[in-house]
Design a protein. Structure first.
Length: 212
């Protein structure tokens, strides 16, 4: 088996130690770092994403695979930075102010990282100003907001209103997600899209940055 195929398979099994070993081997063999990323790590996460979508695997398996992916990324990241290889886009993500739920948000962040995006994860209980400041500072193409409580949903509109005030609305796309939300609500508050799960978010963000 080719080393990158083996890397992809080990990632799918959630074997972080083996992923780190194989990533280092691939680096030592002087394989292009972008190839190791695309054909090894991202390819493995793409399979995980598809299997999760079909309910063949569940959240724990996704989290193990993500942990394995990070083990490889820790070794690759310095090389990617040194070689000036761009990510396919930047996404600022967080759970809105007043809401401490972050499992869904974390899953979206994992899927986006696995697809090759740089993710600036602000965590939970994030005030509107922080979303906008981070997006401006990082020149992010997309802001992603999550809410699980109906009482915190109005914060999303505050972020959108602030984006309009600061002149980034329309330039920086805004996606929203979370159990109580809907496409109708996203439209009502002026979000660019409602994403119902991690894979849908990846497809959506790829569309915004013109990839895939």
């Amino acid at each position: 088996m080719d080393i990158l195929q083996e890397l992809s398979k080990s990632l799918q099994k959630g074997d972080a130690d083996r992923v780190a070993e194989l990533t280092q081997e691939a680096i030592d063999e002087r394989l292009e770092s972008k190839r190791i990323l695309d054909d090894g790590l991202i390819a493995g996460m793409a399979v995980i994403g598809e299997r999760f979508k079909k309910h063949e695997i569940f959240l724990p398996e996704v989290l193990f695979a993500a942990k394995a992916m990070y083990a490889g990324m820790d070794l690759l990241k310095p090389l990617l930075i040194k070689e000036g290889i761009p990510t396919i886009g930047k996404v600022v993500i967080g759970t809105v102010q007043g809401d401490l739920h972050d499992i869904g948000k974390n899953l979206v962040a994992i899927m986006l990282k696995g697809a090759g995006f740089e993710v600036i994860d602000l965590g939970n209980d994030v005030p509107p100003e922080r979303f906008i400041e981070a997006a401006q500072k990082e020149a992010a193409e997309v802001i992603g907001m999550s809410a699980l409580l109906t009482t915190t949903m109005p914060v999303m509109k505050k972020v959108i209103d602030l984006a309009k005030e600061r002149g980034i609305y329309g330039k920086t796309k805004i996606i929203v997600g979370g159990a109580p939300l809907s496409s109708a609500y996203a439209k009502e508050i002026g979000a660019d899209a409602y994403c119902y799960d991690g894979l849908n978010a990846v497809d959506c963000v790829k569309g915004f940055v013109g990839v895939g």
